[in-house]
Write a protein that binds this ligand. Structure first.
Ligand code: BGP
Length: 478
């Protein structure tokens, strides 16, 4: 029976804007994520237009990985990480996105980080753009709506591909690119600031602009992949999709049809462009029905064909259900809503937990593309308590991860080629959706709180030793 590969990439995942802090030092420019206030369970995250307008705890300082990277990477190495997923902040390299020469201090920071990884034999997995872009590009072009962003992004890729040759091998062009196919993606992944937009979750939405921005991201991604393939043949280029399997709530064919359509638009559309290098056939009708007219240049469709990815990565937190019955409750969710699945429990943040759905999802994706897959985000956001003796007994997190790893194993037995697994927020960091610190995912606790207090000290949770054992046994001891 098949098992996890011998060289299975066990590790953890992070993103620059959620953990680096040092948001304006060493020449860094403001990114879209720097223009978001922190939030909490009761106060939602907001988008501001000027830094003076808001309070930014904890997002601007985050967990200050910028100054703690040695300590943090040493802890990852102690757990036995083979891979560490992180993103480069575009604004450290090109502060406004429009400079012609990169910022040396920004480049040097990631040199230090990659050298530290190398010291422990940890392979970096780099997301080139993770939910942020230079805010100056938002002001000038309304984010990715402007075609100019393609060239700015490619210039940024050229700079980092060249600089980190020999240090980085695995690259992901855009984090959860399919967020742009959903209203929440407006500012989060496309940097679009439509008039009246300040509410991070319920933004003013103009679908035509979103899909225009997404098209520009597709072209930019394909150009980056092509560039890497031509100039740096050792590079492995991947896509990253927020994969949310949508089930029909019942076997009523109307529900089944609705689920298929939801999966097509939210999961497959972006995946197909990345992997097959072409828009899928169902896109045309969707665009027509929704009055979406995308402006393309003559060579765009050829460019998409020339930049197909080598491997497929995705985040997996939950599944959702849909129904044609309009009276059903809407439960909200991560990036898209849906109705409650009566067979599943939910996290304290309402994300429905579905380990078996991961096996199903892996089979779905592999069946369609047959290229190597990697789960680059998965995990349980929870509010951890420190016991009197100083320990943090996060058995709930261990159970969540164990059940998901068990299902990954089943998928491997089903024949899926799975390269690796990087649970999200391997060290506590700021939540992307709510902007709070209270929603923790880590194996490592960080003393940092939503009111900006905390001494930033690091402390191992119970899951730290558990995950170390999992890695050492290549997933046998769970
Ligand atoms: C994904 C994002 C991450 C991350 C994660 C958890 O959608 O790629 O950046 O934050 O979700 O979400 P949250 O932080 O909202 O709990």
């Amino acid at each position: 029976m098949r098992q996890f590969r011998k060289d299975f990439l066990w590790g953890g995942a992070t993103a620059a804007n959620q953990f680096e802090g040092a948001w304006n030092v060493d020449g860094k420019g403001a990114s879209t994520s720097d223009m978001c206030t922190g939030g909490s369970h009761t106060v939602p995250k907001r988008i501001t237009r000027s830094i003076e307008e808001g309070t930014f705890y904890p997002s601007h300082e985050a967990i200050d990985f910028y100054h703690h990277y040695k300590e943090d990477i040493a802890l990852f190495a102690e757990m036995g990480f083979k891979v560490f997923r992180l993103s480069i902040a575009w604004t450290r390299i090109f502060p406004t996105g429009m400079e012609t020469e990169p910022n040396e201090e920004g480049l040097a920071f990631y040199d230090r980080v990659f050298d530290e990884c190398k010291k422990y034999g940890i392979e970096p997995l780099v997301t080139i753009s993770h939910y942020e872009m230079p805010f100056a590009l938002t002001e000038k072009y309304n984010g990715w709506v402007g075609r100019e962003c393609i060239d700015h992004y490619v210039r940024y890729c050229e700079a980092i591909f060249k600089r980190y040759q020999g240090k980085v091998k695995y690259w992901l062009t855009f984090n959860e690119i399919n967020a742009g196919a959903m209203p929440l993606g407006n500012f989060l992944s496309l940097g679009i600031l439509n008039e009246g937009t300040t509410d991070f979750v319920h933004q003013v939405d103009i679908p035509e602009l979103r899909f225009q921005g997404l098209h520009h991201q597709f072209v930019a991604s394909a150009k980056a992949v092509k560039l890497a393939h031509e100039k740096y043949p050792e590079y492995k280029m991947g896509c990253m999709i927020a994969y949310m399997t949508t089930y029909p709530l019942t076997c009523n064919p109307d529900d089944v049809m609705k689920a298929q359509q939801a999966n097509q638009i939210s999961n497959w559309l972006c995946s197909d462009v990345h992997v097959r290098g072409a828009y899928p056939s169902f896109a045309e009708r969707y665009f027509e029905d929704n009055n979406i007219r995308i402006k393309m240049e003559d060579r765009d469709l050829e460019i998409l064909k020339e930049g197909c990815v080598d491997f497929y990565t995705f985040s997996y937190y939950m599944t959702t259900c849909v129904t044609a019955n309009e009276d059903a409750d809407n439960i909200g969710g991560n990036l898209i809503g849906g109705v409650k699945n009566p067979y599943l429990k939910a996290s304290d943040w309402g994300w429905q937990i579905d380990p078996k759905g991961l096996r199903y999802t892996l089979n779905e994706i592999y069946g369609r593309y047959e290229i190597p897959l990697m789960v680059v985000e998965n995990g349980l956001g929870a509010s951890d308590e420190i016991s009197e003796d100083g320990s943090i007994n996060d058995d709930y997190r261990i159970n969540y991860l164990r059940e998901h790893i068990e299902e990954m194993k089943e998928a491997v037995k089903d024949g899926v080629d799975l390269m690796g697994y990087t649970p999200w927020g391997c060290i506590d960091l700021v939540s992307a959706s709510t902007g709070e610190m209270k929603k923790r995912y880590g194996f490592i606790y960080v003393d940092k709180y939503d009111d900006g207090t905390g001494d930033l000290s690091r402390r191992k949770k119970k899951s730290f030793d558990w995950y170390k054992k999992v890695i050492a046994s290549n997933g046998e001891e769970l």
